[in-house]
Ligand binder design. Structure first.
Ligand code: FES
Ligand code: FES
Length: 135
């Protein structure tokens, strides 16, 4: 099954590859793995107020996973956190015209967005006296 032009475009010219400072409290980091194939995706967001002002990803995986995460970072930049939470993998599947065997690659992107937001929210949930983890 050939990759669609949009997948190839993101694969050849991925947007927003890189890392943000994981220790910053304005940054949320999501790292997820696909049980289907072992591919791993890291997606990070930088939040100001309730808006995602920057997003970066690193994906160790197939072309569809790279394209899905590239597209995901494009979509979430400039969005409110809650709007980004509403992005579903089916929208990514449609945009990239992913075939059925590649649907889990888009799930990875949805999960990575959600994991990054969860991390951000947990970091900022309470100004609890004990700054718990450093991992
Ligand atoms: Fe081959 Fe993901 S299964 S790269
Ligand atoms: Fe497993 Fe794409 S993420 S094949």
């Amino acid at each position: 099954m050939a990759y669609s032009d949009k997948v190839l475009d993101h694969y050849d010219n991925p947007r927003n590859v890189g890392s943000l400072d994981k220790k910053s409290k304005d940054v949320g980091t999501g790292i997820v793995g696909a049980p289907e194939c072992g591919d791993v995706m890291k997606l990070q967001i930088q939040v100001e107020g309730d808006t995602i002002v920057d997003a970066k990803f690193k994906t160790f995986g197939c072309g569809s996973a790279i394209a899905s995460s590239s597209l995901a970072t494009e979509w979430i930049k400039g969005k409110k956190v809650d709007e980004a939470l509403a992005i579903s993998n089916t929208a990514i599947v449609e945009e990239l015209a992913l075939p059925p065997v590649k649907i889990h690659c888009s799930v990875l992107a949805e999960d990575a967005i959600k994991a990054a937001i969860k991390d951000y929210k947990e970091k900022n949930a309470s100004a609890a006296p004990a700054e718990a983890q450093k991992a």
